[in-house]
Ligand binder design. Structure first.
Ligand code: XUL
Length: 528
């Protein structure tokens, strides 16, 4: 009976999950997670981001991600699992981030030495020591230049699934090519975080999947190929620097000798990696249209499967590829868990105390609103960070606790309307989805039943399930996606949190107040 490993390299941590699937059994046999800041203090990251002076810039260390992969694979190898049964490995990674490799990287990848730590062998491969990540919002000018070169944001969105976004890889590449032309010229391959880590596992140049490729403003969504006008608008000679695009179920190759010799892994299949949101789509069992998932992590995201790519006319959301070969709609909010923590920490609260305040205060906060834009916000687009309050005192502890959660949920509900899903059920995931008081506000604001999951990390679960799906397809016959997610990625029936009708009515009114406050803060007359 095969084992499947799913890894998730997120903003702040690397997680792993191992599934044992076969003979009617489907269970999790291993789960672990390591925090980048705590495990690798020498890199100096804070919440997984390297410190810097410009609040619009967010970069991290690809070497740290490689070191984390090495450490996690070592832990998996020592976990007492019957490693010989490991059939396939896949992964999930924070989306949009890019890793820049030089001309020597291909050879170095093919000859990784099991006798030396991975990180020492990755260092000479890099043509850029840092990786811009999804929290970066410093490429406003590059976004405007790319959009205008292809005929405007609407044209760009029609082809790539999104208008130009600061964190997307294309604008980031353009900034690098313009500011550091020599380093750009010395770059032979630009990987996403996902394809970089898959390359390290396979010891060869891994492709990008359509799910993560659609987070670049470079891929034609319908054909799943790089879109010429976007490449031309982004940077010179880009076509040769981009990896191939392959389906999420493609096999990159067997695990490199580095892993088999150093840690005793078998030559398991390395399946193409994808982004954390496409992987979470699988890990929350959303393989059919009509339901939404809300992920409460470093970023908060709302997403759901789409059979046809319906692009957001308001320019807020994205259409990405789905690992099922279809599409997914997604809206991303940058001020997620870090904003919740900022409010909690300001009053030195435990999460229990935070929940207690949500339980004991009235829904709707008396019409007072907090806009938690501690960092520049993606949705709605806010480049000048700063918390804004409408009618709420800065020192009102309970009002601010309620305020941050109500604003996040209301913003998610308003800005995901473009997906056109008449939502009656939400699959909740991510760290804060363990908190039932937060989920109660979600249920009341969305007027929908909210469910929790047995496995909290839906991204690594989704990656492991994708590994199982791809491996089964090679062995044939391929399983349906309903079969792939069965039992493991189904919501816990008894976890249902139902909306309370009186509160739903309060939040209907509150949504109008929130929208007016948001519009005023954005200097608009009304919210689009
Ligand atoms: C999605 C996005 C974030 C990152 C964080 O577009 O930017 O959700 O993937 O992990």
């Amino acid at each position: 009976m095969p084992l499947y490993l799913g890894l998730d390299s997120s903003t702040q941590s690397l997680s792993a999950i191992v599934l044992d699937i076969g003979d009617g059994k489907r269970r999790v046999v291993f789960e672990d997670s390591l925090s980048f800041d705590e495990t690798f203090p020498d890199y100096g990251t804070r919440h997984g981001v390297l410190p810097g002076d410009d609040p619009l810039v967010a970069v991290s260390s690809p070497l740290m991600w490689a070191a984390a992969l090495d450490e996690m694979m070592s832990r998996v190898s020592r976990a007492g699992l019957d490693l010989g049964r490991l059939a396939a490995v896949s992964g999930s990674a924070q989306q949009h981030g890019s890793v820049y490799l030089n001309a020597g990287a291909a050879r170095a990848l093919a000859s990784l030495d099991p006798g030396r730590p991975l990180v020492d062998q990755v260092r000479p491969m890099l043509s850029r020591p840092v990786s811009p990540i999804w929290m970066d919002s410093s490429t406003g000018a590059e976004c405007r230049q790319i959009a205008s070169a292809v005929g405007g944001d609407t044209v760009l969105a029609q082809h790539t699934g999104s208008r130009a976004f600061e964190r997307f890889t294309g604008p980031q590449i353009r900034k690098f090519a313009q500011r550091e032309p020599d380093a750009y010229a010395a770059t032979s391959r630009i990987h996403l975080v996902s394809s970089f880590l898959a390359s390290l596992l396979a010891g060869s140049d891994a492709p990008v999947d359509p799910g993560d490729g659609s987070g670049m403003n470079l891929m034609d969504l319908e054909t799943g190929t790089w879109w010429g006008p976007a490449m031309d608008a982004t940077a010179p000679g880009l076509r040769d620097k981009l990896p191939k695009i392959a389906p999420a179920s493609a096999i990159v190759g067997p695990l490199a000798a580095y892993w088999t010799k150093r840690y005793g892994f078998p030559a398991a299949r390395v399946v193409v990696w994808s982004g954390d949101n496409p992987c979470s789509l699988i890990g929350t069992g959303l393989v059919r249209e009509g339901r939404l998932a809300v992920s409460l992590g470093t970023s908060d995201t709302v997403f759901g499967l789409m059979r046809e790519p319906r692009v957001d006319p308001t320019g807020t959301g994205h259409v990405f590829g789905s690992p099922t070969g279809e599409f997914m709609g997604l809206t991303c909010f940058k001020n997620g868990s870090l904003a919740r923590e900022r409010i909690r920490d300001k009053w030195h609260l435990s999460w229990d105390e935070f929940s207690g305040i949500l339980r004991s205060t009235p829904p709707g906060n008396g019409g007072r609103v907090l806009l938690p834009w501690f960092e520049p916000e993606i949705t709605p687009a806010v480049t000048e960070p700063g918390v804004r309050r409408c009618g709420l005192a800065e020192d009102d502890r309970d009002g601010n606790v309620r305020g941050v959660i109500e604003a996040q949920m209301t913003s998610m509900a308003l800005h995901s309307r473009w997906m056109g899903v008449d939502v009656d059920t939400i699959h909740a995931t991510g760290g804060a989805a363990a908190n039932r008081e937060i989920l109660q506000v979600m249920a009341d604001v969305f007027d929908a039943d909210v469910y929790q999951f047995e496995v909290g990390n839906s991204a690594s679960l989704g990656a492991a399930l994708r590994a199982a799906q791809a491996d089964a397809a090679v062995r044939g016959p391929a399983a349906t996606w309903d079969e792939v997610v069965r039992e493991l990625a189904e919501p816990v029936t008894t976890s249902r949190i139902a909306p309370v009708p009186e509160r739903v009515a309060v939040y209907r009114e509150f949504a109008r107040t929130y929208a007016a406050c948001e519009a005023e803060a954005l200097g608009r007359v009304s919210v689009r």
